[in-house]
Design a protein around this ligand. Structure first.
Ligand SMILES: Nc1nc2c(ncn2[C@@H]2O[C@H](COP(=O)(O)OP(=O)(O)OP(=O)(O)O)[C@@H](O)[C@H]2O)c(=O)[nH]1
Ligand SMILES: [Zn+2]
Length: 339
């Protein structure tokens, strides 16, 4: 494998202070990462290193002495993990395309697609929707795609089948050597099957879907896979909950059609619920906006606001701790001097 096949280019090279000839032995791409170690892809093969704070997809500099240092990320896909002490969890770094994978069968969950697309836009990468298992649809593929398209302004929607190969050309066309996709979607959506289908061989394990159509969480870790001549794919374990992060950049992109009406509301802080002069409600009443889409927008907005408040609180208490720590250090230094 070569560095360009791993996604290396002149802009990355400009970030590191090594001669062009030396880059080959001095940089590597993270293919797997956990709390204490990482696996790296280098032109000379794979390597495992002790590391922390790395994210799959990162580029790192290796100087042989200290721990691998990540280069500034171009894009970063994150989600809010679930649970009481929920934190922002980075999922993949330096991806060109965030492919939101949603099974067509029994039917695509449009609300979940909107959620995943909000994170996709916020990552800085280009979102794409993959409707998987298109072979299970004998008719109506076109109208299912059209329905999802209307919930994903500015995003291409592809109907794809890993089993019979339909639509894979559309993915190949958007990939290409050195380009990186991350596949984001629920368990059982067929993410690992897509990687295998693009590879033309079994590179990842896949799992059966339970009777209710849900997956069994076959993929257990995030992994970057290099497919020679095709591109780079990051497979992620199916996520049960797609929590919104504090970043609201993505929301306005996904809900462009809602936001355009919101600009005409009488009150600038309109909640689009019961306020007089609400243009969003008026558009719903006139049939110009689906009510479910507006509900979805408001729900995601509330989640993002909640996370933003939590983030601010955390930052403030961290600041207080820092100030206290600094004051204590100062007081100790004064006492030491006084002695
Ligand atoms: N009919 C049909 N079945 C598919 C297709 N793609 C995947 N499947 C089946 O769906 C099941 C789940 O596929 P996986 O590729 O393991 O799904 P995943 O999204 O990687 O799941 P996790 O690893 O749990 O996140 C397997 O039984 C596959 O055989 C497809 O295009 N058509
Ligand atoms: Zn309003």
């Amino acid at each position: 494998m070569s560095l360009p096949a791993l996604g290396w280019d002149d802009d990355w090279a400009a970030q590191v202070d090594v001669g062009a000839g030396r880059a080959r032995s001095a940089v590597a791409r993270v293919s797997r990462a956990d709390a204490t170690s990482a696996r790296l892809l280098t032109p000379d093969g794979e390597a495992s290193v002790a590391a922390h704070g790395l994210v799959v997809g990162d580029w790192v500099v290796l100087d042989g002495t200290s721990r691998p240092r990540p280069l500034a990320r171009r894009t970063l896909l994150s989600r809010q993990s679930s649970g009481r002490d929920s934190t922002e969890q980075p999922l993949a770094a330096n991806v060109d395309v965030v492919a939101v994978v949603e099974p067509m069968w029994p039917e695509p969950n449009v609300r979940r697609i909107e959620r995943m697309l909000t994170l996709a836009w916020a990552s800085g990468g280009q979102p794409l929707v993959i409707l998987s298992k298109a072979d299970l649809f004998t008719s109506g593929v076109r109208s299912a795609v059209a329905e999802v398209e209307s919930a994903a302004p500015g995003v291409d929607v592809l109907a794809v089948s890993a089993t019979c190969g339909d639509g894979l050309a559309g993915m190949r066309h958007r990939l290409g050597p050195g380009r990186t996709f991350v596949l984001l979607g629920p368990s059982g959506a067929g993410k690992s099957s897509l990687v295998n289908a693009l590879a033309g061989e079994e590179v990842l394990a896949t799992g059966d879907v339970r009777g209710d159509g849900r997956g069994r969480h076959t993929t257990t870790h995030r992994e970057l896979v290099l497919l020679e001549g095709v591109g780079l794919l990051i497979d992620t374990p199916g996520i049960r909950s797609v929590g919104m992060t504090a970043d609201d950049d993505g929301l306005a992109r996904v809900f462009e059609d809602v936001v355009v009406h919101a600009a005409d509301c009488r009150y600038t802080d309109c909640g689009h619920a019961v306020e007089p002069g609400c243009s969003v409600r008026a558009a719903v009443d006139a049939g110009a906006l689906p009510a479910a889409r507006v509900e979805s927008y408001l729900r995601l907005q509330r989640e993002i606001e909640h996370q933003s408040r939590r983030k601010r609180t955390r930052e403030r208490s961290q600041e207080r701790r820092d100030t206290t720590g600094r004051n204590q250090a100062k007081a100790m230094a004064m006492r030491a001097k006084g002695r």
